[in-house]
Design a protein around this ligand. Structure first.
Ligand code: 5AD
Ligand code: SF4
Length: 480
């Protein structure tokens, strides 16, 4: 490829912040150029995805598009003709991993210069990252953003035709594309987007910039996708949105997540999940729908982020520790056996030790069944990144360890309480550490390992729990 890049568009954080964008729904079929069809014949692709479920769903659409053009999936990254790194920007360590991998790809490009290397995802929605990559990693041929995944094939066509390094990263979302081809990663569990983007603007978070304005898909399109998954015998569907509770509010016609969830549950898919819920607009109607349907998993991921009212205010989280506790109480009253998990950030700028202890109080109050914990990572162009921070890295890491210890009490207890009881497990595949052991998740999202035959993969089976290892459990298959 020629070294001088062709810039079709580059992102601007001031535009990314804008919420005035209007969009429509696009049902057009994807067209593949003859040149690309000819080029892709006999070639392979490899997509390496980092980050959240939204990125994995994007990978499925990219794979669908590439296979439509004639590419086949490569068995490994080293022998692929097209390599796409689908990146995450939520914390600095996620970006560091990607930089490491781009560095590794230099060798492949040297050995096989005809390999096309592309970058996409949240990381490249930031201009400073694009500048850095273009300057330092001359072997990257194509950079495209989260808003123009549907243009992947025409971008590839342009790279091939013009022999040029191409950058096309839009600041604003385009139409919601409904008819994108998709090659699902799993044939028994699926993610279904219900909305894109986020309008919450938590002060630490990059997502509202990288994923844009909150846009809901039409209910009939979501239900059609779920119905097709049910017909294809999928065992689990997870409805995805940065904040699922806000689903439908942009239609201004009374459409709500509670209604959508009710309709999806009625389709009869064995397991229905949803991710992620913001505590601010979690309605009582939603709790009633979750309680009503046996096939809606009694597992709610409810990120608290902090237990301190001052920190929550500085994070722009729109709830207080007492309103969060009241929500947890209401959920537990209406769904007594519910499992609750959370996300927590320690070391937000200028967090005092006392404020941190309020987070520990919250952990002790809610008694979470599982949790994801993070040390605050400044993200360029977010409001929190401008705050001068007086908490040292050492203090942050000590608080992190203290938090993990506090969480182990309730997570450990909820796992120990399972010993001797039998649970249904959706079998995912061989365990990462030991291929003779299968792994899967219970309804309440506890990871269980047990001995069993590969033929059980993708099935819901019964497992009796024998041992707890806090974040995972060991069990025995129950035959009945
Ligand atoms: N630093 C640390 N953690 C973050 N998260 C989001 N942004 C940041 C950041 N800048 C965490 C939040 C969110 C989860 C997906 O990632 O806890 O819920
Ligand atoms: Fe980020 Fe907050 Fe939106 Fe979640 S709700 S994606 S933490 S801005």
């Amino acid at each position: 490829m020629a070294n001088k890049p062709l810039y079709k568009s580059i992102p601007d954080p001031n535009l990314e912040r804008k919420r005035t964008v209007s969009f429509s729904f696009n049902y057009d079929e994807v067209i593949v150029s003859d040149r690309l069809k000819k080029f892709a014949k006999g070639k392979t692709y490899f997509i390496h995805t980092y980050g959240c479920q939204a990125n994995y769903r994007d990978e499925e659409n990219m794979a669908g598009l590439l296979e439509l053009a004639g590419y086949n999936k490569a068995s490994e990254i080293n022998n692929a003709d097209l390599i796409i790194l689908n990146t995450c920007a939520v914390r600095e360590n996620a970006e560091d991993k990607v930089f490491g991998q781009i560095g590794n790809l230099k060798i492949i490009k040297k050995q096989r210069p005809e390999t096309i290397i592309a970058l996409c995802g949240c990381m490249v929605q930031q201009k400073h990252i694009i500048d850095f990559v273009i300057d330092k990693f001359k072997h990257v041929d194509l950079i495209f953003g989260t808003h123009n995944i549907s243009s992947l094939l025409s971008l590839l066509d342009e790279v091939i035709a013009k022999h040029v390094r191409l950058v096309d990263v839009k600041s604003l979302p385009e139409d919601i594309k409904e008819n994108l081809p998709s090659k699902r990663i799993s044939n028994f569990k699926a993610f279904v987007n219900i909305s894109y983007g986020c309008d919450k603007f938590c002060t630490y978070c990059i997502v509202p910039y990288t994923r844009g304005k909150e846009r809901s898909r039409k209910m009939e399109d979501i239900l059609e996708e779920c119905r097709a998954l049910k017909d294809a015998n999928y065992q689990e569907v997870t409805l995805l949105g940065q904040n699922v509770n806000a689903y439908g509010k942009d239609f201004n016609d009374g459409t709500s997540f509670a209604h959508l969830l009710d309709e999806v549950a009625k389709l009869g898919i064995p397991r229905v999940r949803f991710l992620t819920s913001h505590p601010w607009d979690f309605s009582s109607e939603m709790i009633d729908v979750i309680a009503k349907h046996d096939n809606i998993m009694k597992y709610i991921h409810l990120p608290v982020q902090s237990g301190s009212d001052e920190v929550l205010k500085a994070m722009n989280r729109r709830y207080t520790s007492s309103s969060y506790k009241a929500l947890v109480d209401l959920i537990r009253k209406k769904i007594p056996d519910v499992a609750i998990s959370t996300d927590i950030i320690v070391g937000f700028p200028n967090e005092t030790y006392e404020q941190f202890l309020e987070t520990i109080d919250m952990v002790n109050y809610v008694k979470y069944d599982s949790a994801f914990t993070f040390i605050y990572s400044p993200r360029k162009n977010t409001p929190a990144a401008l705050i001068k921070d007086n908490v040292t890295a050492k203090e942050k890491s000590e608080r992190f360890k203290e938090l993990v210890k506090a969480l182990e009490v309730s997570v450990g207890k909820s796992s120990e309480d399972m010993i001797g009881k039998t649970f249904t497990v959706l079998v995912e595949g061989p365990s990462e550490k030991d291929p003779s052991i299968l792994s899967g998740y219970t309804e309440k999202y506890k990871l269980v390992h047990f001995k069993g035959d590969d033929s059980l993969i993708g099935k819901i089976v019964k497992v009796k729990i024998k041992e707890s290892h806090v974040y995972s459990l060991l069990g025995e298959l129950v035959n009945d």
